[in-house]
Design a protein around this ligand. Structure first.
Ligand code: NAD
Length: 562
């Protein structure tokens, strides 16, 4: 059993006792080791804790009850977020145990939509530092700075430049809330060890005037760097992190798409990394479509798909569906012909007269240019409508009724986040199709009642996919993340949707099973890594058992002084 040297070099699942070197108030103040009122009498004696914690020794369940009561007492979502982050900063085991027991209710607080609000107010609600900040002014010193991180073992790094936070735009350094939230989901959903996660924001400035004028803004106050200067800074940070933790997975998060694609293409063949907005979104949307096919009885390679929005999410989803269609026998070119992209200017065509961004070219069409979604729906008669445009209400009654004229059960995914940006709501989709629809959203919606029946529509949340992919890559020590990994993850997820889920109108499984889901996705990712010969770790006999044995469990272990 390894000896613990204090700050959170904490591998809990296989151990019965944890050897701890910290004592007294240092122990209470270490969020990875703190048990608060639950330190036993023996531990209070051994670790000089008498007088530092209240006399009653709480059980874990008492602690859960107390934090649940306190959480419920908060009457705003941002209040709940602040409460949960404070718990996160004080006692990680209790935080993750609470989160896991209430994942469905608390994910909208620690992640979208409330995390968006938290990022917008970050400088005002800031309590305690978490993660790493890499400011442009420190260029040339990132290698030194990265060494300030106290952990020698890091499995997953989530990094943003704060430029496109959810659908909210440029939030500069305040975007750190996103990596923090995503990594909390990695821990809760897939059992990555909390001490082995690292949230990072690379602060290259902000063009957000409101932030620049805000006295409490915590980032550097200058316009965003661009061009070579920008790429040099990102590169120095990525290389510094990769050199210190060569096996760590780097997840790029919420970069504007003019940078997201070049960065992904630059690093994906060199190191273990992916972009969740592109590949994770692609995986989760494909899983939803594959599950939807079980309702409509359609074939993937016969679908006609209109995308409203032609950014990172659109290309990520389209590429993943193309991979699925190719799997079902189409060529890549044939598959791409089944897509119609619409951006802020209208249908993406070669002939419309503007210079198309690189990432749109593969999906540009030779068709006559049309300006509006309604026109394109009339012409194309799509089977699937995919909303990734951040345009609330864009799937209006006319559009949806027109779509329904040509297809028995339209598939409508309104994926824009947060909830306020959704292209249409579930009840609108049900009403305008007389209840014949497969609907999924990007942000959570409450269950709806339509004609006496309750529908709990699915949320195409990336958290179904990325934690499992990360876990798989970490467990088998993959050297790269490949598209086949995401494709396999999507198929695995779609197969985990039960008939009961489909009857309720949901194309995603129940989130309460997320750990089971993540472990199966991790197994499928490992299998791809083994078959592609890109795993360092030898394949164990029972892969599922092995994966599960590597997952962090939020339980207190008895402590022994070193
Ligand atoms: P992006 O900024 O890269 O792309 C937005 C696209 O919308 C651009 O192509 C833009 O031209 C287009 N657009 C803007 N106005 C338009 C209009 N009036 N009509 C048609 N198109 C218009 O953003 P992204 O990363 O692609 O994300 C888009 C949305 O999808 C965001 O709200 C994001 O939160 C959401 N998203 C959801 C999930 C999920 O549900 N799992 C995952 C990723 C992203």
């Amino acid at each position: 059993m390894p000896k613990q040297k204090g700050y959170s070099k904490t591998i809990r699942s296989q151990q019965k006792v944890l050897h701890v070197s910290k004592k007294g108030i240092d122990l209470v103040r270490d969020p990875m080791l703190n048990k608060g009122t639950a330190f036993s009498e023996k531990e209070r004696e051994e670790f000089n804790l008498y007088g530092l914690v209240p006399p009653h020794v709480s059980t874990f369940e008492e602690q859960i009850k107390r934090v649940t009561e306190n959480y419920r007492r908060k009457d705003t979502d941002i209040g709940k977020y602040i409460f949960l982050e404070a718990l996160h900063d004080r006692n990680e085991i209790l935080y993750y145990a609470l989160l896991l027991r209430n994942l469905e209710g608390m994910t909208p607080i620690i992640y979208t939509p409330t995390v968006g609000l938290a990022c917008q107010q970050y400088g005002h609600i800031f309590r305690r530092t978490r993660g790493m900040y890499m400011p442009a002014s420190a260029k040339g010193n990132f290698r030194k700075i990265i060494n300030n991180w106290p952990e020698d073992k890091v499995d997953v790094i989530v990094v943003t430049d704060g430029s496109r936070i959810l659908g909210l735009g440029d939030l500069g350094t305040s975007g750190i809330g996103i990596p923090i939230g995503k990594l909390a989901l990695y821990v809760a959903c897939a059992g990555i060890y909390p001490s082995r996660t690292l949230p990072v924001v690379i602060d290259v400035g902000t063009n957000n005037e409101k932030l620049l004028k805000d006295h409490l803004y915590l980032g550097e106050r200058h316009p965003r760097l661009t061009g070579e200067e920008y790429y040099d800074i990102i590169d120095e940070c990525v290389v510094a992190a990769h050199e210190r933790w060569p096996k760590a997975l780097i997840q790029f998060e919420d970069f504007t798409n003019d940078h997201a694609f070049p960065l992904l293409n630059k690093y994906r063949k060199k190191l273990l990394c992916f972009n969740d907005d592109i590949q994770g979104t692609g995986g989760v949307a494909l899983a939803g479509i594959l599950a939807a096919m079980r309702i409509t009885k359609g074939k993937l390679n016969e679908q006609k798909i209109i995308f409203l929005g032609a950014g990172s999410a659109a290309v990520g989803i389209a590429d993943m569906i193309v991979a699925g269609m190719v799997e079902e026998g189409l060529s890549k070119q044939e598959a791409r012909k089944r897509f119609w992209f619409i951006d802020s200017k209208g249908l993406v065509t070669y002939t419309r007269g503007d210079k198309l961004a690189e990432h749109k070219i593969a999906y540009a069409r030779n068709d006559k240019f049309q300006k509006t979604l309604l026109e394109v729906v009339k012409t194309v008669k799509p089977t699937i409508l995919m909303g990734v445009s951040k345009q609330p209400g864009a799937f209006n009654e006319k559009v949806i009724r027109e779509m329904k004229k040509h297809v028995d059960i339209p598939i409508i995914f309104a994926l824009s986040n947060p909830t306020s940006k959704s292209e249409c709501t579930p009840i609108q989709a049900y009403e305008w199709t007389d209840g014949n629809v497969v609907y999924a959203s990007g942000s959570p919606f409450d269950p709806i009642k339509y004609k006496g029946k309750t529908y709990t529509t699915g949320q195409g949340n990336n958290m179904y996919i990325f934690p499992g992919v990360g876990l798989g890559a970490t467990v088998c020590k993959a050297t790269k993340i490949t598209d086949s990994m995401f494709y396999t993850a999507a198929k695995t997820l779609a197969n985990l949707v039960s008939k009961e889920d489909l009857k309720k109108g949901r194309v995603y499984p129940d989130l309460k099973d997320i750990r089971e889901i993540s472990s199966h996705i991790a197994v499928s990712v490992c299998e791809v890594a083994y078959s592609e010969g890109i795993a360092w770790e030898k394949r164990p006999d029972n892969l599922l058992e092995f994966v599960k044995s590597k997952m962090f469990q939020p339980v207190y272990l008895p402590y022994k002084a070193v």
